[in-house]
Design a protein around this ligand. Structure first.
Ligand code: GRG
Length: 293
């Protein structure tokens, strides 16, 4: 079995177990499950498990963190799709949560996923804290990536920029370091901290996360122009329609492609300290560049 198949199997089984816990009202559990099970790539939880194993940890210990990352990511997509934000009809190839359940239930599905994620992480930290001193640091990395200095900050900058556009590289970077990069880097750090990684490894992963996050965003912007609904799982062409600031609108498709290649090279360089152990992340970087991750 490939590492990815192992990770995916463990993630899916554990997410189902969390959602089958007794006591969650049916209507709430249904709307949370709907988006969780809608066919996301599970990129963040896979990255957390791979980072954990790369630095010598046991993926079982990182599994609660990994599922929490997917829950937080899914909440962000549900809220981002709401009419008061991006107003999208399709996500992960299915009608968006508010289209399926109405806005009230979609807001609550997001709230439920976010708060359940923290409950799961802290429950695990309470169990792990004696034998794994890095575990709480892992939870902190996820909180920081998700919050007002991370993903929520990026979303706030994005909203502000829609009202008063400042179309330059600095604005674009600030938006996407938060919206996209923060949770990707947090996934790497969480897996590594849970495995007891030391500062030089954390620093190398932070560098990789920064470059990989940028690569992911540039290729995501390119897909919005070149992809179709089946490939994207969401409506293509929305960025141009909403006059969004993206790497393609700022630089054009050809230059965005060149930037993606240079950024992939930076990401690969950041992995050098891990040598052979970084095979998973080398392959992920190459697949992302080919927009096939
Ligand atoms: C609502 C606080 C709040 C934040 C929303 C994540 C986000 C911030 C908005 C989503 C819109 C968007 C296009 C973000 C940038 C790229 C991104 C995160 C794409 C989706 O991630 P994938 O491709 O999705 O990993 P799947 O569905 O495969 O998990």
């Amino acid at each position: 079995m490939t590492a990815d198949a192992r990770y995916l199997q463990a993630i899916e089984a554990r997410l189902c177990a969390y959602m089958d816990a007794p006591g969650i009202p049916d209507a709430l559990a249904d709307s949370m499950r709907y988006s969780l099970a809608a066919g996301g790539k599970r990129l963040r939880p896979r990255m957390a498990l791979a980072a954990c194993e790369m630095v010598g940890g046991d993926m079982e210990a990182a599994l609660p963190l990994s599922c929490a990352l997917e829950m937080i990511h899914t909440y962000s997509l549900i809220h981002d799709d709401l009419p008061c934000m991006d107003d999208d009809d399709f996500r992960r190839g299915k009608p968006t949560n508010h289209k399926a359940f109405g806005e009230g239930r979609a807001v609550l599905a997001g709230d439920g996923l976010l708060s359940y994620a923290f409950e799961i992480m802290l429950d695990a930290a309470l169990v792990q804290q004696a034998k794994s001193p890095g575990y709480l640091q892992a939870v902190q990395a996820i909180a920081a990536g998700a919050g007002v200095f991370g993903m929520v900050a990026g979303q706030a900058r994005d909203l502000a920029n829609e009202k008063a556009p400042v179309p330059n590289e600095a604005t674009l970077r600030a938006i996407h370091c938060g919206k996209t990069g923060a949770m990707l880097t947090a996934s790497l750090l969480a897996g590594a901290y849970a495995a007891g990684a030391e500062e030089p490894e954390i620093e190398a992963l932070r560098n990789f996360g920064e470059a990989y996050g940028l690569l992911f965003q540039i290729t995501d912007d390119m897909l919005d122009v070149e992809g179709d609904l089946a490939q994207l799982g969401k409506t293509p062409g929305k960025d141009a329609k909403q006059q969004k600031l993206t790497y393609v609108t700022l630089y054009g498709l050809a230059e965005a492609k060149r930037l993606a290649e240079a950024t992939a090279a930076d990401a690969l360089e950041a992995l050098a300290p891990f040598g052979e152990r970084a095979a998973y992340f080398r392959e992920l970087t190459e697949k992302t560049l080919e927009r096939n991750a």
